[in-house]
Design a protein around this ligand. Structure first.
Ligand code: AMP
Length: 303
């Protein structure tokens, strides 16, 4: 496994790779969720590049950039065990040298959900992902369902800018009690950690109601809301029922797949989670046709 941190090194290495190349962009502090992406990339590609870069442009001034968990040695051990070909771990001034002034703005799909809570976040995400795609010249990139809107933003960018790369979505990996794995879970106190599975419990309650025939977006929303607003230590930031393909908020009853998502604050930590209904659609195969898949957008009926 080659561990490299400069752009000339990455270009040199890339020129030696043949066949299908996969990239897995991460911010490090790796957990089983990240490793699920890497495993899927290993299966689908001849070579896999994992990037570890805590991207400063996607953090607002009041967010946790300086405190974001870092453990490169541990990350490298995990990636070595999965037989990754290359880890690219640049310093911030390699990605954003002095005088840097070019950013990617994806418009409508960045506006709701996370975008409404984190102004500028997706501008930073789209910019760094664009740079990583240019640098790695990968044929496929692997992203987690956990950040569903991120998938939709990247897909929109790839489509709009004619980028020759396939976007693969991997279902969310969870702890045994249902909590979606996240590098930020280490911030939780034991008391907060005990409360955190409420997010998934609330989503499951809505999903079960859906499976039993409930199709009213307002009722599905209420189910999530009632679980979360009564939970200890939690302040909801948004709860949403959206068309799982376009990510537009849904108010009318529909048989289209839905993305039910939420973000809450527990103390100073933000947690997010989502689920797609019908439940069977939470597989890589189905997610590939959902979450902002631009090629099927024209065929879906309006939400
Ligand atoms: P991050 O390091 O948080 O930027 O995440 C890097 C990638 O891993 C993103 O595509 C995330 O959506 C994905 N990811 C993070 N947590 C999970 C999880 N629990 N299950 C699946 N993918 C995840």
């Amino acid at each position: 496994m080659k561990v490299i941190s400069t752009i000339p090194q990455l270009r040199d290495l890339r020129s030696t790779l043949t066949g299908r190349v996969g990239v897995v962009p991460t911010m490090g502090a790796l957990h089983e969720g990240h490793l699920a992406l890497v495993r899927q990339a290993k299966q689908a590609c001849d070579s896999v590049i994992v990037t570890i870069f805590i991207n400063p442009t996607q953090f607002a001034a009041n967010e946790d950039l300086t405190g974001y968990p870092r453990d490169l040695d541990h990350d490298l051990r995990l990636l070595q065990a999965l037989d990754v070909d290359c880890v690219f771990t640049p310093a911030p001034d390699i990605m954003y040298p002095s005088g840097y002034q070019t950013y990617i703005e994806v418009e409508t799909v960045t506006q709701g959900l996370e975008g409404s809570q984190r102004p500028g976040h997706f501008r930073g995400v789209a910019t760094v992902v664009n740079k990583l795609f240019n640098l790695t010249q990968a044929d496929a990139a692997f992203f987690g369902q956990k950040d569903a809107q991120q998938v939709a933003v990247i897909r929109r960018m790839v489509h709009d800018l004619n980028m020759p790369i396939e976007i693969v979505v991997v279902p969310t990996t969870r702890e045994a009690d249902g909590l979606a794995m996240s590098s930020r879970n280490v911030y939780l106190t034991p008391e907060q950690r005990a409360a955190a599975p409420t997010l998934y419990r609330a989503l499951k309650a809505a999903s079960e109601a859906y499976e039993q025939g409930e199709r009213s977006p307002a009722k599905l929303l209420k189910i999530v809301e009632s679980e979360v607003t009564h939970a200890l230590l939690m302040t909801p930031q948004y709860i949403s029922v959206a068309n799982a393909q376009t990510l537009k908020e849904v108010t009318e009853t529909t048989d289209q797949p839905l993305l039910i998502s939420l973000a809450v604050r527990i103390g100073s930590t933000r947690l997010l989670d989502n689920i797609v209904v019908p439940a069977k659609d939470n597989t890589s195969e189905h997610l590939t046709h959902l979450l902002g898949n631009v090629s099927t957008e024209a065929q879906s009926s309006p939400a």
